[in-house]
Write a protein that binds this ligand. Structure first.
Ligand SMILES: O=C(O)CCC(=O)C(=O)O
Ligand SMILES: [Fe+2]
Length: 359
C-alpha cells in the first residue's frame, strides 16, 4: 500500500463510485463494415462523454507489452551515469533520457516524481525540421543495451499502427474522410515515453505529484500503466481513479481531436498522484507532422467555434507546452539557443479546472 499521505485535493472517486468505459476494438479487425461502425459509435460515445476509455481487443500481445515493461525497467535500473549519457538535453529534438529534475519550471518547489526515456517517429538526419532544431523531429537515440532497440521499435510500430486504426474509426464516427486526417501524418511528432515513477516518502499534494494535471497535446494517447495512480477528470469535471485493467490500454482524447471536432470530443485532464511507490507506464502520444495546421474540420466550423479554436501548428502547440515542461528547453530559450516564432502561454488553453471529489 502507498506510504505517502494524500492531501484532499489529490483524492479521487474510486472505481466503486465511477468507472470508465471499456471499448472492445475487435470489430475493427474483422473486415466487416457493420462491426467497424459499431466500434466507431462506441469510441465516439466515449470520446464525447468522458474523453477517457479503456480499450480491449486491440491486437497487441501481452508478451510484447510485458517485454516493454521489462525493457523500461532494464534501462531505469541502470546507474545514473549510464542514463545521463543519453540526456535529452544533448539533443534539440527531445530524444533520450529525462531525469526527474528536468520536470517543470518550479523544481524543486514542486516535484513531478518521474523520469522517462523518450523516443518518437524515426525521421532521417537530413530532414529539414531536424536541421532546423527544436521541432521534435529527427532520428532516435538508443541506449547501449542488447535487444533493447528491437523491442521498443517493434512496440512503437504496433502501437502506431493501432493509432492509425483508431484514427480511422474516429474519422468514421465524425463523418469525415480518414484521408482528411492522415494527410497530416508523414513524419509525425508521435512520442513514446517510457516512464518510471520514483519511489519516495513525500506526501501527495498539489506540489508533490507523479505528474501534474494536464491534457495531452496530440490527437489521442495510447497508454499502458503498470500500477494505480492515474486519475482522470470525468464529464462532470470530477477526478476519478483509472487503475490498470489487465490487457487493456487507456486511451484519452488530446487537444488536436478536441480542436478538429470543434469541441465535441473532450481533451481530458489527467494526473498521476504521488502514491510514493515505484510505477511504470508508457504512453504513445499519437500526433501529427510538426507543420500540420490544426483547426476545426470544415463541417464543424461556426464563427463561435472558429473563435474558440484558432488555427495552430501541431508542432508549435507541442513545443510551447514542452518549453514549460522541460528545464533544459527553458534554459536553451533563456540563453537564446532556442528562438520560438510563437507565444508561450503560462497555461495550456485546453486546461479545465476540476471540482474536487465530493463537491
Ligand atoms: O503515467 C501515466 O499513467 C500517465 C502519464 C501521462 O499522463 C503523460 O505522460 O502525459
Ligand atoms: Fe498525459
Amino acid at each position: 500500500m502507498a506510504r505517502s499521505t494524500i492531501s484532499d485535493d489529490q483524492k479521487a472517486l474510486t472505481v466503486e463510485d465511477a468507472t470508465l468505459p471499456v471499448v472492445d476494438l475487435s470489430g475493427l479487425f474483422t473486415g466487416d463494415v457493420a462491426d467497424k461502425a459499431k466500434v466507431a459509435a462506441d469510441l465516439g460515445h466515449a470520446a464525447r462523454t468522458s474523453g477517457f476509455f479503456y480499450i480491449t481487443g486491440h491486437g497487441i500481445s501481452q508478451e510484447l507489452i510485458d517485454a516493454v515493461f521489462a525493457a523500461s525497467k532494464e534501462f531505469h535500473d541502470k546507474p545514473r551515469n549510464f542514463k545521463m549519457r543519453y540526456w535529452s538535453g544533448f539533443t534539440t529534438h527531445h530524444r533520450g533520457y529525462v531525469p526527474f529534475e528536468e520536470n517543470g519550471a518550479d523544481f524543486p518547489k514542486s516535484i513531478n516524481f518521474n523520469e522517462a526515456w523518450d523516443m518518437s517517429y524515426e525521421a532521417p538526419e537530413d530532414h529539414p525540421d531536424y536541421l532546423a532544431g527544436w521541432r521534435m523531429t529527427g532520428p532516435n537515440v538508443w541506449p547501449d543495451i542488447p535487444g533493447w532497440k528491437d523491442t521498443i521499435s517493434t512496440y512503437y510500430d504496433q502501437a502506431f499502427a493501432l493509432g492509425l486504426r483508431l484514427l480511422d474509426a474516429l474519422a468514421l464516427e465524425l463523418g469525415v474522410e480518414t484521408e482528411e486526417l492522415t494527410r497530416h501524418i508523414t513524419y509525425p511528432t508521435s512520442q513514446l515515453r517510457l516512464l518510471r515513477y520514483i519511489p519516495n516518502e513525500m506526501p501527495a499534494t498539489r506540489e508533490m505529484v507523479g505528474i501534474a494535471a494536464h491534457s495531452d497535446f496530440e490527437c489521442f494517447t495510447i497508454l499502458m500503466t503498470g500500477a494505480p495512480g492515474l486519475q482522470v477528470m470525468n464529464a462532470e469535471d470530477v477526478w476519478i481513479e483509472a487503475p490498470p485493467i489487465p490487457g487493456c490500454f487507456v486511451v484519452n482524447i488530446g487537444d488536436i481531436f478536441e480542436t478538429w471536432s470543434g469541441g465535441q470530443f473532450k481533451s481530458t485532464q489527467h494526473r498521476v498522484a504521488n502514491l510514493g511507490e515505484e510505477r511504470y507506464s508508457f504512453p504513445l502520444f499519437f500526433g501529427l507532422d510538426y507543420h500540420a495546421v490544426v483547426e476545426p474540420l470544415e463541417k464543424f466550423r461556426t464563427p463561435e467555434i472558429m473563435e474558440k479554436y484558432p488555427p495552430m501548428k501541431a508542432g508549435d502547440h507541442l513545443m510551447r507546452m514542452s518549453v514549460n515542461a522541460f528545464r533544459y528547453m527553458a534554459d536553451a530559450r533563456e540563453k537564446g539557443e532556442m528562438v520560438l516564432e510563437f507565444d508561450v502561454p503560462d497555461e495550456n488553453p485546453f486546461k479545465r479546472e476540476a471540482k474536487e471529489p465530493g463537491t
